[in-house]
Design a protein around this ligand. Structure first.
Ligand code: PEP
Ligand code: MG
Length: 542
């Protein structure tokens, strides 16, 4: 993955440049524009579905003659160097589109994309964005933004290896949802060379260079076998029949349909912000209703927990999050954005209520990043004003876990976000590769907070889910149940394994395992102690 294209210096052609040099610079600009235009058109023709649409729009932007005309004018009249001329000409178009607002402002992103492609050619840099070598490949990147990851095509990107990021970063979560093996926080990732063969094991977090042909063959065979393994029968329960709802985390209609296909009992976390990543303006209510209905339609009569926008930190949305914050993860994100932008939350709840009316799913709504009972109460009141009865909260800030007995007094349910709960308990940014070792929900202190939330939920008689990545860990799942969790929500791919382990473990055993884990000083010790009590894991090959 090439580095982003830098802004070119405010360079000029040489002061004594003659007509021939100016003509040459103009030719370079026009040739670069044509190359980009042809490349995008060819790629749009090869792509399918949304990718084809996106590329088609970008190709149309590249074909707009006003950008080239303005850039050529700057070369001729101001003697601007070619790359600089294109950069500035694109800046004018971007400003015009952004001033128009609405959907036009969204097109500014396409203009920037076209600009970067042209400038890359002029500066002799690789084309920006996910490369297109014409065959499937392992994508190696310094880091990947969630917006880039969401657009990866699993047919072409076989695996992802990044130097940055943490195991619960949104990049890792999105890759997992796509079924693309990903290993993050690989210190020497950038030493990998174009064309070399690597084995990437997303489950173990390993990258093997230069594997033997026999190893490659074995991995390909194992991959086929894994695909045809277990299925989930659609009802989560312990060995003695205690129900544990097994739900799916989704980001859009296509995820939801896959989840329904995999037997998910419903949706435990619909991350609505992921529908609108990269958007500079708020989606209209109609647009939101359409996006939400697609997810609800996949689960008629079933529970779907819709989370209101969790914008901020690595998922900024320009229309709600502040531009620059010293500590974005500790800043104005999630529910906190509604202080300055109450109208955005209000319109989102209106859209969710409309979508719920139009579909038959049992719609529950929850707010991210709740820290206090007052915030929870305010959210419940707002939901009630929109006729939404099931109004719950994410428990992902330690204060909410410790204060669950008060936070869940009015909220009708809780859902523990172990990704953020771990980040805030350990004071370890989930995006920072160097801290990846701290970022595990196996930390006994994190488990203690899950237990505190469990007690607070039980005191109020509220259902309590886990929707962080921890829910997808088949070894941890029984521990979470033992700590008082009543449902688990995960990537649909994990359902069958988690269901199989739970089905082999009684409720009492879950409680014993939770007690055992809490007695351990370290995550490794906790995991080892629990594993040792669960022989079913070996039987299942987990
Ligand atoms: C979490 O924090 O665990 C969670 C589920 O929310 P997100 O990963 O979207 O922050
Ligand atoms: Mg979270």
């Amino acid at each position: 993955m090439p580095a982003p294209v830098p802004e070119p210096d405010a360079g000029q052609l040489a002061a004594d440049a003659g007509d021939a040099e100016v003509d040459l610079a103009v030719t370079q600009v026009l040739a670069a524009v044509t190359t980009v235009q042809e490349d995008l058109t060819a790629r749009a023709a090869r792509a399918e579905g949304t990718a084809a649409e996106v590329l088609g729009v970008t190709a149309a932007m590249a074909a707009d003659p006003s950008l080239a005309r303005d850039a050529v004018g700057r070369v001729r009249e101001q003697r601007a160097a070619p790359a600089r001329a294109v950069w500035e000409a694109a800046g004018v178009v971007v400003a015009q589109l952004e001033a128009l607002g609405g959907l036009m402002a969204e097109r500014a992103r396409d203009v920037r994309d076209v600009r970067d492609r042209i400038v890359a050619i002029l500066l002799g840099l690789p084309a920006p964005g996910v490369p297109d070598p014409g065959h499937p490949f392992v994508l190696v990147a310094d880091d990947l933004a969630p917006a880039d990851t969401a657009q990866l095509d699993p047919e072409r990107v076989l695996a992802v290896v990044t130097r940055g990021g943490g195991p619960t970063s949104h990049t890792a979560i999105l890759a997992r949802a796509l079924g693309v093996p990903a290993v993050v926080a690989v210190e020497d990732a950038l030493d990998l060379r174009d064309g070399e063969t690597v084995l990437v094991d997303g489950g173990q977090g390993t990258v093997e260079r230069d594997p033997s042909p026999a190893d490659v063959e074995a991995v390909v065979a194992a991959r086929g076998a894994r695909r045809s393994r277990r299925r989930f029968d659609g009802t989560g329960r312990t060995a003695d029949g205690r129900r544990v709802e097994l739900l799916a985390n989704v980001a859009n209609g296509s995820d939801a349909r896959d989840a329904a296909e995999a037997g998910a009992e419903g949706v435990g976390l619909f991350r609505t912000e992921l529908c609108f990543l990269g958007r500079t303006v708020e989606p209209t209510i109609d647009e939101q209703v359409a996006a939400y209905r697609e997810v609800l339609a996949a689960f008629p009569g079933r529970k779907v927990v819709v989370r209101t926008l969790d914008a901020g930190a690595d998922k900024p949305l320009a229309f709600v999050t502040p531009d620059a914050e010293p500590n974005p993860a500790l800043g104005v994100r999630g529910m906190r954005t509604s202080r300055r932008h109450p109208e955005v939350l209000d319109r989102q709840l209106a859209a969710i209520a409309r979508a719920a009316q139009a579909e038959s799913a049992d719609v529950w709504v929850m707010a991210p990043m709740i820290a206090t009972p007052d915030e929870a109460d305010a959210f419940v009141t707002l939901c009630a004003a929109h006729g939404i009865e099931q109004a719950g909260v994410m428990i992902e800030v330690p204060a909410a876990a410790l204060g669950a007995r008060w936070v869940l007094a009015r909220a009708t349910f809780g859902s523990i976000g172990t990704n953020d709960l771990t980040q805030y308990t350990m004071a370890a940014d989930r995006e920072v590769a160097d801290l990846a070792r701290l970022s595990t929900a196996w930390q006994p202190t994190v488990l203690a907070l899950v237990g505190a939330a469990g007690s607070g939920a039980a005191l109020n008689g509220r259902p309590l889910g886990v929707c962080g990545e921890a829910a997808a860990d088949p070894v941890l799942a029984p521990v979470l149940v033992g700590l008082g969790v009543t449902s688990l929500s995960m990537t649909a791919r994990a359902l069958a394994d988690v269901a199989a382990v739970l089905a082999a473990t009684t409720a009492q055993e879950c409680e014993d395992l939770a007690f055992l884990a809490l007695q351990q000083p370290t995550p490794d010790a906790a995991r080892a102690a629990v594993r040792a009590q669960l022989p079913v894991l070996d039987e299942l090959g987990l």
